[in-house]
Design a protein. Structure first.
Length: 201
């Protein structure tokens, strides 16, 4: 069972969406991740939203002209995504077992984005498999972008993965670290409790 399932029971889609809707109504900018991705690849690029949740990031990228596919294990989250953007492709799968061919999609993504603490919320021990699976979905030269918390202040669960471990999983999957930031607004990383990492295939 994933840490996310343990935390939520896999039934928190509507509640999660409501929380972000309230943030949007309060004037908070919710599109930092999409802006970050859009600065890396041009409109028209194929983007895999790995751990897409309710689709907040992917729906914005689709609005900006990207060819997007979303994958998540939590059916309650996907139900919200499908309701909000039924025209987009939403697939249910465990990232540690993600197989584009089995799902009927080509493994030719220009960018994979894993926003929202995806790696720390995977089932314990599956992090290397997830890194390998999403890396295999990239075109040569494609990018994996992952942002996640590294301490209790930035995570809903106890910290479970360090940057050194994540970089090692990515290296084992054939990826090279090209940049790291402290936020989705591309502030320089200074060793804090949250990091956005960019790796290249």
């Amino acid at each position: 069972m994933s840490r996310w399932e343990e935390l939520t029971g896999g039934t928190s889609g509507e509640e999660y969406a409501a929380r972000f809707a309230a943030l949007a109504e309060s004037g908070k900018d919710l599109h930092g991740e999409a802006r970050f991705c859009a600065a890396l690849v041009p409109p028209g690029a194929r983007v895999l939203d790995a751990g897409c949740g309710t689709g907040r990031v992917m729906i914005r990228l689709a609005e900006l002209g990207y060819d997007c596919v979303g994958v998540d294990l939590d059916d309650s989250m996907l139900a919200v995504a499908r309701k909000n953007a039924p025209e987009l492709t939403w697939l249910q799968a465990d990232l540690a077992e993600f197989d584009p061919a089995a799902l009927g999609i080509p493994a030719d993504f220009d960018l994979v984005v894993a926003a929202g603490n995806i790696f720390p919320l995977l089932a314990p021990g599956t992090e290397p498999d997830a890194a390998r699976r999403v890396a295999a979905a990239l075109k040569p030269g494609g990018l994996l972008v992952a942002g996640f918390g590294l301490d209790r202040a930035h995570l809903p669960v106890p910290p479970s993965i360090t940057l050194a471990e994540y970089d090692a999983y990515c290296a084992a999957a054939g990826l090279t670290l090209v940049d790291r930031f402290a936020t989705w607004d591309a502030e320089p990383y200074d060793g804090g409790g949250y990091a956005v990492s960019v790796h290249r295939a």
